[in-house]
Design a protein around this ligand. Structure first.
Ligand code: 5GP
Ligand code: ZN
Length: 138
């Protein structure tokens, strides 16, 4: 994608603060970090979101999230770690090149967990979702 900023950042066409790279991914610092060490895992190939990602690359991305997230938590002496991955505008995605947020959390840091409103599961919704979304194999 010639006009995708994350394609350019992931492939080194635009200089950026890079923490790690391998054949498939770059890990860079978010330009507007929620906390110290907020990083983004970007595949070098362009996929708009997780629904477009090949399974093998998706698996690699989440293994990398575990490894890099653990590494950030340890080296930055964080107290916790959020792994966030948004798909679609309604889910909060603003850059439409798949990415995983790694957000180290600190005991004295800001509270940034998504604060969704929770309501008890109704009988009607439970039956609808079970009917539509139950699956025997994926
Ligand atoms: P989303 O809301 O799509 O899940 O997250 C997009 C993230 O990309 C945001 O946290 C935003 O700060 C970050 N971002 C947007 N443009 C740039 C950029 O040009 N460079 C870097 N390093 N991060 C960016
Ligand atoms: Zn892209």
């Amino acid at each position: 994608m010639s006009d995708c900023i994350f394609c350019k950042l992931a492939n080194g066409e635009i200089p950026t603060a890079k923490l790690y790279e391998d054949d498939d991914f770059s890990v860079i610092l978010d330009a507007n970090p929620a906390t110290k060490g907020h990083a983004l895992i970007l595949p070098k190939a362009h996929y708009a979101d997780i629904t477009e990602m090949p399974e093998e690359l998706t698996a690699k991305a989440f293994v990398l999230a575990k490894k890099m997230g653990s590494h950030l938590k340890e080296t930055l002496e964080a107290d916790g770690l959020n792994i966030v991955q948004n798909n679609g505008e309604k889910a909060g995605q603003t850059v439409f090149h798949f990415h995983i947020h790694l957000i180290p959390r600190y005991a004295d840091g800001p509270c940034i967990v998504a604060n969704w409103v929770q309501n008890p599961l109704s009988d009607e919704t439970r039956e609808e979702v079970i009917t539509k979304a139950s699956v025997k194999a994926l």
